[in-house]
Design a binder for this molecule. Sequence first.
Ligand code: HAM
Length: 445
Amino acid sequence: MALNIKRPNGTEDVLPQNVHKWHTVEKVARDVADGFGFKEIRVPTFENTELFSRSVGENTDVVQKEMYSVIAKETVFTLRPEGTAGTIRAMLQNSLMNGTMPQKVYYILSCFRHERPQAGRLREFHQFGLEMAGSQSPRADAEVISLAKSILDNLGLKNIELYINSIGCPGCRAEYHSALKEYFRGRDGLCGTCLTRLEKNPMRILDCKSPVCAEIAADAPLITEYLCPECAEHFAALKSYLGTLEIEFKVNPKIVRGLDYYTKTVFEFVTTEIGAQGTVCGGGRYDGLIEQLGGQHIPALGFAMGLERLLIVMDKQGCDYLEPRKCELYIAAMGENAAVKAMSLAKTLREHGYWVEYDVVGRTLKAQMKYADKIGTAFAVVLGDDELEKGTVKVKNMANGEETPLPLDEKFADRFGAICVDKMFGGFGVNLGGFCGCEGECSCG
Ligand code: HAM
């Protein structure tokens, strides 16, 4: 009977043959974040719904249309649509904000948004993100942007443009909102959503995907002309620091971002190579959010990258992934006695850290060797009555067919280790100076 329950629309399975790609992105991102002094934080998958309406914003698409919420015992919970709100909640609840500033955390997590699925846009997706709390300085903005850029560079990605903007503080934005309202009120043809945005958050009209709205918005006033002196100075300093760090960028005054908490700096890393969903990273400063969630006035900023989008671009650009680890020794056994010996030999080798496999299905010797070949084992041994009697096996290097006899004694793991290391160095008989403790009988030299 065929399985008639499929995975929900907009979700993906990551299969064993692809998981090394995820490990690559996660490792590179973690290593870069470590190097900038960020520590990992893990937060719940769901939170009280109010957390998101109060942070992401009551009038955003995310809160209005895209949240997966559930009522459980009269409390409304929501699967997190992004990582910032939960992370800041956790930092506040666990008093991290009372520690030494800046507080720097990163996370790798799944997010849930009920959007129309398409390539690069999922209903369950994954983010690598980070947040830095406790710095007002534009040097922090440059630091966070440079961290994101290092991750993209270290993944080997090319042709990713950085766009930056400043959307000002609530002070300068009030004046800008009035200017936008005046501009858009004088024009016909805005879509229904934008007509609502006009009253509640006119800046979001600049982000509308409808070609008609985009055309109307083309000549709208720009936020950069309305920045107060402090915001303008902050933005100018950021641009100068990016210059110091030799990070290329373009100012795009139309970047407004879809979440309400941003102030001053906003930025996006975008590629044109994967269609409409080309924003691989988005972030910015949110100086009011911590206070809004009940903390002190602590300026903060961060970004998040969509891991699925990064992987789409990496595949497209033929970027390198970490080599998936492979089986180091396959023990093919003939007969019950040999099978039992294979089990104990595997146990010992595994205790030494090797990846070892043997037959657990009951295959013939020929089928066992076929399996060993299929899993791409580096070495194989055949263990039969003869080998058990003589107490020696031939360890076969599957790449070149070379066979090394090894005694089946208590030093087996050390001697096998020397052969493995030998292979890692290209099989050139590297002299390991007795490293394996073999007293000179094996290939360690
Ligand atoms: P965001 O722009 O909503 O920002 O999402 C960040 C990234 O997540 C996007 O640039 C994109 O790569 C990925 N992403 C978003 N939605 C989807 C989706 N439906 N399918 C696949 N990937 C998606 C935030 O989430 C903020 N919390 C970022 C931040 C952290 N700002 C400050 N700190």
